[in-house]
Design a protein around this ligand. Structure first.
Ligand code: PMP
Length: 340
């Protein structure tokens, strides 16, 4: 397609990029699906588009209507941008712990922002539950009505990946793909890609960050600890994970994921967020499980500039006792004067 008719056409069909370092280290082909190239710079544009289209098709969202969502940020950015292109407003509920850059982008995308304390899902004031209640209220008070996107339990999200991400991976690799692995936020990406690829014999893996609850649910293994990664780490079987079973599970500490992010930036020019580090570290674990010569695909979820103040901030990393790459503190990098 030479000319796209609107933003929606620019979502998806992202390239697969061979990750040189991880491939050489494992003797496998490790390929990253470059989801940061979507217009909202994340994998969540796909879910946003499918959720909005589904609501419009079912007559739930009328012109000028409002989309309400609880999100770690990326889904909100996708919903707000796609919404803007189709004439909808957005109200986004976000835990205050999420990066300032994502909140700033949400404001740019035109969303009304509600910041709430980061409390567990079982708490009534958890951002997801809060957004559901707010949507009910706005559905009554907004002139053109409101819907709750409900990305965790709205399976239009998973369908987006079953119909687009999974088939794209199959086509791009010519069917030569042995494994797929990623972390879970809602589970839409993992279970949706699994729907498309598991029946074709592709081994599907879950990479759980430290402190996330799915590892215990699927394997019985404890997963203590914590992670600075954003947008991933689930503790329940969401509707998007319903009926899905991984073939392989692993636990990825930040101390393993972050050096992967730093090396991909310094050596391969790929500027990525923390969840991509968990995914690529997971792909390396799956590669070692399957042995050399296999092809493993994972997701490069979002662009790293969204985390400048955290993941790429030496003071923040030092505070959390996390590895700091030498180049991040290098003061010899030059700003050269302009020459006229
Ligand atoms: N990485 C990032 C940065 C995200 O924002 C999300 C979504 N919350 C994910 C990964 C996980 O994707 P999914 O919701 O499809 O499980």
């Amino acid at each position: 397609m030479a000319i796209y008719s609107d933003l929606a056409d620019a979502i998806g069909n992202t390239p697969l990029i061979r990750l040189k370092g991880p491939s050489e280290a494992t003797g496998c082909e490790i390929l990253g699906k470059a989801e940061f190239l979507n217009p909202g710079q994340s994998v969540k544009d796909r879910a946003a588009l499918f959720i909005i289209r589904d609501a419009v098709e079912r007559g739930l969202l009328e012109p000028g209507g409002t989309i309400v969502e609880g999100t770690a940020g990326n889904t909100g950015i996708g919903l707000s941008l796609v919404g803007a292109s189709m004439g909808f407003r957005s109200v986004i509920v976000i835990p205050e712990t999420q990066s300032q850059e994502k909140k700033d982008m949400l404001r740019l995308a035109g969303a009304d922002l509600v910041q709430v304390p980061a409390v567990p899902y079982k708490n009534v004031n958890n951002y997801v539950k809060y957004s559901g209640r707010l949507a009910e209220q706005l559905a009554r008070s907004e002139e053109h009505g409101a819907i709750w996107a409900n990305q965790f339990d709205n399976t239009a999200n998973r369908r987006g990946h079953t119909e687009t991400t999974g088939p794209e991976i199959w086509e791009q690799t010519g069917g030569r793909v042995d494994g797929f692995i990623c972390a879970v936020g809602t589970g839409g990406t993992l279970a949706g890609v699994a729907d498309a690829l598991q029946p074709r014999g592709v081994k599907i893996g879950l990479a759980d960050p430290e402190g996330a609850g799915l590892l215990k649910i699927y394997t019985g293994e404890e997963n203590p600890g914590d992670s600075i990664t954003e947008g991933i780490g689930q503790g329940r079987i969401t509707a998007n994970l319903d009926g899905f079973t991984p073939d392989f599970c692993c636990r990825i500490p930040d101390a393993e994921a972050l050096p992967v992010v730093f090396d991909l930036l310094a050596e391969e020019g790929l500027c990525l967020g923390g969840s991509s580090g968990v995914n690529v570290a997971g792909a390396m674990r799956l590669a070692r499980e399957l042995g050399p010569g296999h092809t493993i695909v994972t997701i490069l979820c979002d662009y790293g500039n969204r985390y400048q103040s955290k993941l790429f901030n030496p003071e923040f990393l030092a505070e959390k006792n996390l590895p700091i790459p030498q180049w991040l503190t290098d003061t010899s990098q030059r700003f050269l004067p302009s020459v006229f």
